[in-house]
Design a protein around this ligand. Structure first.
Ligand code: G
Ligand code: G
Ligand code: MN
Ligand code: NA
Length: 252
């Protein structure tokens, strides 16, 4: 309860900040986009990573307020970067289940796109399989409405949740993010390599793009190149960073 009150105050007092982690092409390292990742800076204390407070926010509707703030921030950045001539590519935002399924989620998103028209075709929502399978019927409707706004959809942590991929057939998914746990040992474990090869094949057949997550070493990246994985993100090239650092990183 205390942390959730503090978090509510943090939102009011402007203690939250979006960091951005670049995503790049595997073959030539060309930047493709960024993932927005939340940070909490309580005054006089060390920054708190999202793993520590997002699960608490998700217990109540606080996650909807935080999620709306994150979306608004991401959209205003996209609009400003566009007008200032920066080229970060697409911006991906993580969306929690409770937020995704909240009343008026799509109409609030539509309002944001009206307010920040540059976001059309530049914003991607990342949801996990759990978010979708929470309520498949409603997810199908929402995802179609979101696509109609010109917003892309990505499945985060793909491969960790459920063994059935049947739901992919009927949903307008643009991208799969391959979970870090498969990438970690990809250069050493033939089993993990086989799983990634298989998921890449699946994505190609379904005409979805792929981002490999958590790439930390050159051998991991080389294996992804051998497997023709199109895109990656990870500490090897770039950690999540504040906006100013990102804009410098992009022109380096
Ligand atoms: O940075 P860290 O590894 O602590 O992130 C932990 C989790 O927090 C990740 O699963 C990430 O998707 C999630 N996360 C980061 N930023 C956001 C956000 O803005 N909204 C939501 N819902 N989750 C986020
Ligand atoms: O669940 P999601 O994929 O949204 O989580 C993203 C989280 O993964 C972020 O907190 C980000 O800081 C973290 N992350 C990004 N790249 C790497 C990496 O190369 N290694 C590790 N261990 N974590 C990473
Ligand atoms: Mn993510
Ligand atoms: Na992920």
């Amino acid at each position: 309860v205390r942390i959730s009150n503090a978090l509510q105050q943090a939102l009011i007092n402007d203690e939250l900040e979006l960091y951005f982690q670049p995503q790049q092409q595997v073959n030539d390292n060309q930047p493709l986009g960024v993932e927005a990742l939340l940070r909490w800076h309580p005054p006089g204390k060390k920054p708190i990573p999202p793993g520590h407070f997002i699960p608490i926010a998700e217990e109540t509707s606080l996650i909807c307020d935080i999620g709306d703030w994150v979306l608004q921030q991401a959209c205003s950045r996209i609009q400003r970067w566009q007008s200032e001539g920066h080229q970060p590519g697409r911006v991906s935002v993580n969306i929690s289940a409770r937020h995704f399924h909240s009343a008026n989620f799509v109409s609030r998103l539509a309002l944001l796109l009206q307010q920040y028209p540059a976001c059309q075709h530049r914003l991607t929502l990342e949801v996990t399989e759990g978010v979708i399978l929470d309520n498949l019927q409603e997810s199908r409707t929402r995802m179609a409405q979101i696509k109609a706004l010109g917003v892309n959809l990505s499945i985060d942590d793909f491969g960790t949740g459920y063994s059935s991929f049947a739901y992919l057939r009927e949903l307008p998914v643009d991208e799969l993010k391959l979970d870090r746990s498969f990438i970690q040992h990809i250069d050493k474990r033939p089993q993990d390599r086989a799983i990634i090869a298989c998921l890449l094949d699946l994505a190609r057949t379904l005409e979805m793009s792929v981002v490999a997550e958590g790439v930390e070493t050159e051998p991991q990246l080389a294996t992804l190149a051998e497997l023709h994985c199109p895109a990656y993100q990870g500490y090897l090239r770039a950690r999540p960073m504040p906006e100013a650092e990102l804009l410098r990183w992009l022109v380096e």
